[in-house]
Design a protein. Structure first.
Length: 226
């Protein structure tokens, strides 16, 4: 198999690339990474020097790619499938890249401190940072709610890389910070969850959700595809 995606099924950033691959119908081999194992981590650092997942290896071309947006750009150009996720038109492509950055930077990354705080020992937890993360998510929701009004997908009427970023971002963020009061964003999240590529990523992650540090109330809000 020419393409290997090194990932963990629970990772939101891995979902982003998986959704892109499923949308395009591109064949690939999935390689699960165990960063908790010292030897496996050392080997993975040869592929992804910052130790972040996912990373892509194209064995036919001898190319290794990390950073999710760049992976999707690479796939869209070098392994185009049934669906193109970045338009050829420059203005449309810029809109897709803008929304890709918005969801990565202001939703997915804003959510990370909430999870990271829960994984720390109680004496090292930072309530102020968590409160700030929740506030940042609400600020992002407000922007998204205004800008997505009248659109089916993040950058217009065509599913794109921006939606690949939005799906895992909003899936996880809305578990900790619900979308109450943001009806446009809530409806958009529901459309994403109903998209077959997104549903498949969620379904494949189902066995790993027990590892996600959620409260009982949050776990009840977690969408799970059968």
């Amino acid at each position: 198999m020419a393409l290997e995606l090194h990932l963990h099924p629970l990772s939101s950033y891995c979902w982003k690339v998986l959704i892109a691959l499923y949308e395009a119908g591109t064949p690939f081999k999935s390689v699960t990474v165990n960063l908790g194992d010292e030897a496996a981590r050392a080997a993975y650092l040869q592929l992804s020097p910052f130790g972040k997942i996912p990373a892509l290896r194209d064995t036919d071309r001898g190319v290794e790619v990390f950073e999710t947006s760049i992976i999707i750009e690479y796939l869209d150009r070098r392994h185009p499938g049934a669906a193109r996720l970045i338009p050829e038109d420059l203005d449309q492509a810029l809109e897709v890249r803008l929304w890709d950055r918005i969801f990565d930077s202001y939703v997915m990354n804003a959510f990370q401190p909430i999870v990271a705080n829960r994984l720390r020992p109680p004496e090292q937890r930072d309530a102020v940072a968590v409160e700030g993360a929740h506030a940042n998510l609400r600020k992002a929701y407000a922007v998204i709610d205004r800008r997505l009004a009248g659109r089916t997908w993040a950058a217009g009427e065509t599913f794109s890389m921006a939606d690949c970023a939005a799906a895992p971002s909003l899936f996880y963020a809305a578990i900790a910070e619900p979308l109450d009061g943001f009806p446009v964003t809530a409806a958009y999240r529901q459309r994403l969850l109903e998209r077959p590529s997104v549903a498949r990523a969620v379904r494949e992650a189902n066995p790993f959700f027990r590892m996600f540090p959620a409260t009982e109330e949050e776990r009840a809000r977690m969408p799970v595809h059968p």
